[in-house]
Write a protein that binds this ligand. Structure first.
Ligand code: MN
Length: 257
């Protein structure tokens, strides 16, 4: 199990939803990374880094810019970790071309499983994107199990890039339309799912994104205080988005760059 000792500050972020159509948000995130990254021991990006990811061969100039920024930090000794979200679930998915380099490698990063157990500054913790915990949304969970299937991914990645982008955009539009119709509670994590996952992992701390409901929740379960930290999403037009620094076992919200 990964152990991050006291004295190794960790920078967390998720849900930047980077896309060429939102250059302000990309600039906001890259500026934050440049400003705060070099002072961290670890940078952990917990999914939905990109708004749309149809395979590593579809990486655009923005993805290349992020990869360069992260690889620069990695070269300077920062350990970089990436997790897939529901938008970029195909990150690092093997392409038909065996010579293709996984995106995480271009970033000098290691891909994290979702969820990942670790010891964070002495506290047993669990990291997740968060979508798997939204168990009330049955329609989404069904799609999640379909698109995480290896055979489905192989077949999808064998299709031409333009076709994959068209499918990806259509799925995104359906999901956005669905979100407008679904009641709010459906879009949040399910308390039992959180409890079950944390008990199974022996975790006292859960850090995730996805819900776009940043906050800190604490409760007592089986005599143990458990807490759940939800990372913010990023939208420069709404002045939203900052990294979360974990220092000496405590979260520190950072000002935007
Ligand atoms: Mn998400």
């Amino acid at each position: 199990m990964l152990r991050i000792p006291h004295g190794e500050p960790v920078l967390f972020a998720s849900d930047m939803h980077l896309a060429p159509e939102a250059p302000g948000t990309a600039e906001r995130f890259l500026a934050a990374l440049r400003r705060h990254g070099p002072g961290a021991a670890h940078v952990m990006l917990l999914g939905d880094i990109f708004e749309l990811w149809v395979g590593d061969d579809g990486a655009d100039p923005l993805a290349a810019e992020l990869a360069d920024a992260l690889a620069g930090l990695a070269a300077g000794g920062v350990r970089v970790w990436l997790m897939r979200g529901n938008r970029d679930f195909l990150l690092d998915a093997p392409l038909a071309d065996p010579a293709a380099r996984p995106y995480s490698q271009r970033c000098g990063a290691v891909l994290l499983d979702d969820p990942t157990s670790l010891e964070l500054h002495g506290v047993p913790a669990l990291l997740a994107h968060g979508d798997a915990l939204c168990t009330d949304d049955l329609v989404y969970q069904q799609w999640r199990s379909t698109c995480r299937d290896a055979a489905w991914q192989r077949a999808f990645l064998a299709r031409p890039l333009a076709e994959r982008f068209a499918v990806g955009r259509a799925v995104r539009e359906t999901s956005e339309a669905g979100k407008r119709e679904k009641p709010g509670a459906l879009m949040d994590v399910n308390a039992d799912a959180v409890q079950t996952a944390m008990r199974a992992a022996g975790a006292r701390l859960l850090i995730h994104g996805h819900t776009h409901r940043p906050g800190v929740h604490a409760w007592v379960d089986e005599g143990v205080t458990r807490s759940r930290v939800v990372l913010t999403d990023w939208d420069n037009d709404a002045s939203r988005g900052s990294m979360l620094l974990w220092r000496h076992g405590e979260p520190v919200a950072l000002p935007p760059a």
